[in-house]
Ligand binder design. Structure first.
Ligand SMILES: Nc1ncnc2c1ncn2[C@@H]1O[C@H](COP(=O)(O)OP(=O)(O)OP(=O)(O)O)[C@@H](O)[C@H]1O
Length: 392
């Protein structure tokens, strides 16, 4: 499928621009016409993190005239392994500002528009409106459904990417010409079932592999050449080193872009995707202790078993003294229960409190009524009790 260019060409390129983009200009498919279209293009990148970093740098280098950056976060040292738009001196600076500075260095001809806020249902239409196309570099389901729904309702193409450990996926969702994200994934996974990169990790260079595919697709759509990834899902396995693409059909029953849409306006995406299941929230209510309270229990010599429900690799990075490791999965499949004493209170913790709440719900269901979990997890322990330990 080939599609007409999204953007009209700019009137002209300056002498400096011709010199800068000469390696594009001599590709027949791009040429003067394509480069002028890129110059006139306005692209918004949501998230200046793992995918957003290479996406922003390559979009800027390619000569996309206006780049919007939306991110609410600041640069953390643990970002630098993959978020190559930021450097050591950017730690603690707002990501959007740090990304803008790098783009200025890469290509001063690009106009950068900063949105230092969290994209949500209240601001998404206002923020998306001026842009021709949206590139999604975020890491959470609530934002992906929000971006998809807003893009469908505004009729804009949505260039999507996703990464985890060694696996990546990318596609272009554009309901006028093919499926939307909801046609592929009608429902978010149950809370806690799909680990994030923060929980499971990600190979840094995978961000470049998938982020650059997103840029490739954005450029093709803006300038109107090649076969866009509309109606196809690209699947990349960095361990096997295989790329394949599978067809994704538009779902006629899609509640958003199907024949009889039931979703005609934005919804509450946090509630739709639920970061922690309702059962876990209920289990945690009244059964949550703070890291400082955990320390007090230890100092008082209370007899309890502290169970870390993270994965082995995380346990090796940092652990709370005296804890034993039983990963969350063993609570969900029931294997953990036989390993636990019946005559002691069980105290669960994870990295920041989400997984331990899920494990706590399973534990309570199995009859361990006085079990509790530690709100804030091992990160809370480091901040409140022992700042000499590393965080990740
Ligand atoms: N709704 C949103 N609005 C604006 N920015 C968002 C939104 N959701 C996520 N982001 C940003 O998208 C980026 C996602 O990047 P990535 O997952 O690589 O980084 P991270 O969240 O910094 O990493 P980690 O979770 O491993 O610490 C982050 O910079 C995050 O702040």
């Amino acid at each position: 499928m080939s599609l007409p260019p999204l953007v009209e060409p700019a009137d002209e390129l300056t002498v400096d621009e011709v010199r800068r983009y000469s390696r594009h200009l001599i590709i027949p498919d791009v040429g003067m016409d394509g480069q002028k279209r890129l110059k006139n293009a306005k692209v918004l990148v949501v998230g200046a993190g793992g995918l957003g970093s290479p996406a922003l740098l390559y979009l800027a280098a390619a000569g996309v005239g206006t780049l919007g950056i939306i991110d609410f976060d600041v640069v953390d040292e643990s970002n630098l392994q993959r978020q190559i738009i930021h450097g050591q001196s950017d730690v603690d600076r707002p990501k959007a500002v740090s990304a803008r500075d790098s783009i200025r260095e890469t290509n001063p001809f690009v106009e950068v528009v900063l949105h230092e806020e969290r994209l949500d249902s209240d601001n998404v239409f206002r923020i998306f409106e001026p842009y021709d196309l949206i590139v999604d570099g975020t890491d959470n389901f609530a934002t992906r459904y929000l971006v998809n729904d807003a893009a469908v309702l505004l009729g804009k193409p949505y260039v999507w990417g996703s990464i985890y450990r060694f696996d990546g996926q990318a596609s272009v969702f554009w309901s006028e010409h093919g499926p939307c994200y909801r046609c592929l994934y009608p429902e978010p996974p149950p809370p806690g079932m799909v680990p994030s990169c923060a929980e499971g990790g990600v190979l840094g260079v995978l961000c470049a592999s998938i982020g650059s595919i997103q840029v490739n697709e954005a450029i093709k759509l803006l300038a109107g050449f090649g076969d866009p990834l509309v109606g196809r899902l690209m699947i990349y396995d960095a361990l096997e080193m295989s790329y394949r693409s599978v067809k994704v059909r538009k779902d006629p029953e899609c509640p958003l872009c199907g024949k009889n849409p039931t979703i005609t306006e934005l919804i509450d995406y946090e509630a739709f995707c639920g970061t922690v299941s309702e059962e876990a929230q209920e289990a945690a209510a009244g059964s949550t202790i703070t890291p400082a309270e955990l320390k007090q229990k230890m100092d008082d010599g209370e007899d309890f078993l502290l169970v870390d429900v993270r994965e082995k690799n995380e346990f090796e990075i940092v652990r709370i003294p005296g804890s034993v490791l039983i990963p969350k999965g063993e609570f969900l499949n029931g294997e953990a229960f036989a390993k636990l004493p019946q005559d002691k209170q069980i105290v669960l913790h994870c990295k920041s409190g989400g997984r331990s709440a899920e494990a706590l719900a399973a534990l309570k269901r199995a009859g361990f009524g006085d079990a509790v979990h530690v709100g804030g997890g091992v990160l809370g322990w480091v901040h409140q009790v022992d700042p000499s330990l590393p965080t990740y």
